[in-house]
Design a protein around this ligand. Sequence first.
Ligand code: F6P
Length: 348
Amino acid sequence: MKIGVLTGGGDCPGLNAVIRAVVRKSIQDGHEIVGIKEGWRGILEKNFVPLNRDSVSGILHRGGTILATSRTNVYKIPNGEATVIQNMNEAGLDALVAIGGEDTLGIAAKLFKAGVKVVGVPKTIDNDLYGTDFTFGFDTAVNIATEAIDRLHTTAESHNRVIVVEVMGRHAGWIAVYSGIAGGADIILIPEKPFDIEEVSAVLKKRHSEGRSFSIVVVSEGAKLMTEEKTDKDGSFILSSMKTDAFGHVRLGGIGNVLAEEIEKRTGFETRSTVLGHIQRGGSPTAFDRVLGTRFGIFAAELVEKGEWGKMAALKGTEIVAVSLEEAVGQLKTVDLNLFNVASTFFG
Ligand code: F6P
């Protein structure tokens, strides 16, 4: 078989580990492997590169993706689906391995219905893809955020300040909850639990009245207010940049600064904010993500070998299993409220 592999959506530490595993296993199985550059855009524009053992040598520890990525939505482009099928045929591609999150795999699921032989690998630092316990990239992002919280703790304490740390997490607060628990956050705000600024301020005031002189507030970029004040229709903060991508997602970022201002106004405590942003997506993957990415890549190559199209590699407990792409993209995996309760035990 001639198999194409692509990485789509936001980049994520561990992508190269997956690519390396898919390439090495597929070559062992006697197949030819072609890299598709910049996600779905690469098929539409016939941007292909041959991949061999040498092309994936020395990439396991590297962040980003050697194939580059984009947020191209095939179904927003006139005749997009037909062009993908035609270009695959012209290039002699028998099958595809799509590595991506809900958007990239959502396209894979639709193409599968249109007859394309495709399998998926779940990627996102947000960890919000349904059907898998964890996506690769999440562990690295959590470790980066935790280290940042540790560092912010010492400066917050020295200056008797409140520091608001904004982490990524568009629809789900997994990074906030994990890094918040690991870093000992005093409050964690996530999209799944709309918050009230008055309540947040009251918790901080009580904490400081009981002898604490500083606080760390971790907030997901997609956290929502309970009230209408300063919010969009769905409760998200109105932010300076309201641009959307090809999948209609608003570009987030900025809630931390707004929140810091509001907290300072209400409590009188000197407050600062830090937005971690794309630092959480850059650099070397952790050992956990390298191993998970490698296992996912091998499993995806096995799905191709067995002709199990329309499926995605997923982690369930300690096992890698197959779940249907349709099931995985049908809903989001939001934060388990029992886990949030563990975190909230330490609030205040
Ligand atoms: O989906 C992963 C993610 O990092 C989100 O946490 C974030 O909202 C978004 O991507 C940022 O996208 P971009 O890199 O296109 O600004």
